[in-house]
Design a protein around this ligand. Structure first.
Ligand code: ATP
Length: 308
C-alpha cells in the first residue's frame, strides 16, 4: 500500500492556480522530496496532505485515508509526524519534559530516551529548551516529530542551521527511520541533501509537475553530457591531445561529451603510450542543482508564481 497517493490534485486561490493536475505516489518507507521555487505550490500540496487545507478537486490518500474527511483527521494526527520550520516549544521546560509531554499525546509513542539518543541530545536531556543552541533546538524539533512513532513524517527543511556533523547525524536518522518503515516527505533547498536521502523527487513549477524521478535520473540527468577535466604537464600542447577539448585554461583542459567511454578510452590510451600524466582527472555529470535550476529557470525568471 502507498503511504501517499495523489491523483489529479487541483487547488486555486481565487484566480491563482496554485496546484494544477498534480499526481504522485509514495511507497511505504520511501524518502520523497517535493521541490520547487518559491510560490511553486509545495506548501499548498503539503497542507492538503496534512489535512489543513481543502482541495478543489482530485483524489488524495494519506496512509490509505482521505485527509480532507474530518472523521479521519484524529486518526491521522496520531500516526503522522510534522516538523515545521519553526516550532513553538515552551522554553522553560527541559528537553526531556517537552518530549515526555508530547509522547503522552500518542497511542504508541517511542521511548523518550530512545528519541533523545536518536537526535543526539543525550547531554542536553535535562537542559531547559531556552538554553539550547539553534541547531540543538532544531534537533529537538525533529525529536518532537518522531516521538509519536509516526508512520509518515513531514520534514520541512530539517537541517537548516545545523553544523555539518549534526547535519550528517540528521541524515543518518532519516535513513534509519526510512529503514524502519517510516515514510518521509522531505522539503529542502539543499540539493546535496535531496540527493543523499530521497528515493523519489517531484519538481513543481508554477503549480505543475515539471519533472519526477530518482535524483540520479531527474530531467534526463543520467543521459546528459559529462565534463571530463584534467591538467596536462608543461611541454605538452592542447594540439597534442587525441580529442578536441571544449575549453582550456592554461594547461587545464575540459571536454564536454555524451560519449564518455570512448573519449576516456582514447585519452587514457594516449596518455599511457606517451607516459603522460593527466593530473586531477575527473569525470562529472550535471549536479542535481544544475538540473533543478534548468527545470525551474522559467519560474525563477518570473518570480510572480503561478498564473490563472
Ligand atoms: P515557498 O517556497 O515560497 O513556501 P510554495 O512552493 O510553498 O512557496 P505555495 O505557498 O503553495 O508555494 O503558494 C503557491 C501559490 O499560491 C503562490 O502563488 C502563492 O502566492 C499562492 N498562495 C498561497 N497561499 C495563498 C493564500 N492563502 N491566498 C492566496 N494565494 C495564496
Amino acid at each position: 500500500m502507498s503511504s501517499l497517493s495523489v491523483t489529479s490534485l487541483n487547488k486555486s486561490y481565487g484566480h491563482v492556480h496554485a496546484v494544477v493536475d498534480v499526481s504522485f505516489e509514495v511507497a511505504r518507507g520511501d524518502v520523497f522530496a517535493l521541490l520547487g521555487p518559491n510560490g511553486a505550490g509545495k506548501t499548498t500540496t503539503i497542507e492538503i496532505l496534512e489535512g489543513f487545507l481543502k482541495r478543489d478537486s482530485g483524489d488524495v490518500r494519506v496512509l490509505g485515508v482521505d485527509p480532507g474527511v474530518h472523521a479521519n483527521q484524529r486518526w491521522l494526527r496520531s500516526r503522522v509526524g510534522v516538523v515545521l520550520q519553526e516550532l513553538a516549544v515552551e522554553s522553560f521546560f527541559t528537553v526531556r519534559q517537552v518530549l515526555e509531554r508530547n509522547a503522552g499525546f500518542y497511542p504508541e509513542p517511542r521511548a523518550v530516551d530512545e528519541v533523545i539518543e536518536l537526535v543526539g541530545l543525550r547531554d542536553k536531556a535535562d537542559v531547559k529548551v531556552k538554553k539550547l543552541s539553534g541547531g540543538q533546538q532544531r534537533r529537538l524539533d525533529i525529536g518532537l516529530g518522531i516521538v509519536g512513532n509516526p508512520l509518515l513524517l513531514f520534514l520541512d527543511e530539517p537541517t537548516t542551521g545545523l553544523d555539518p556533523a549534526a547535519r550528517r547525524m540528521t541524515w543518518e536518522l532519516i535513513r534509519t527511520l526510512s529503514q524502519q518503515g517510516t515514510t518521509v516527505m522531505l522539503s529542502s533547498h539543499y540539493m546535496d541533501e535531496v540527493e543523499a536521502l530521497a528515493c523519489h523527487v517531484v519538481v513543481l513549477s508554477k503549480g505543475r509537475i515539471a519533472a519526477s524521478g530518482t535524483p540520479s535520473s531527474l530531467g534526463g540527468r543520467d543521459l546528459g553530457k559529462v565534463a571530463i577535466s584534467f591538467s596536462i604537464p608543461p611541454g605538452i600542447s592542447v594540439t597534442d591531445l587525441p580529442v578536441a577539448p571544449s575549453g582550456c585554461q592554461g594547461q587545464r583542459i575540459e571536454i564536454s561529451t555524451d560519449c564518455e567511454l570512448e573519449v576516456l578510452s582514447r585519452l587514457t590510451s594516449w596518455a599511457l603510450v606517451k607516459d603522460i600524466q593527466l593530473v586531477g582527472l575527473s569525470v562529472t555529470r550535471q549536479t542535481l542543482e544544475d538540473v533543478y535550476l534548468g527545470l525551474t529557470r522559467e519560474s525563477l525568471a518570473s518570480s510572480d508564481g503561478p498564473r490563472s
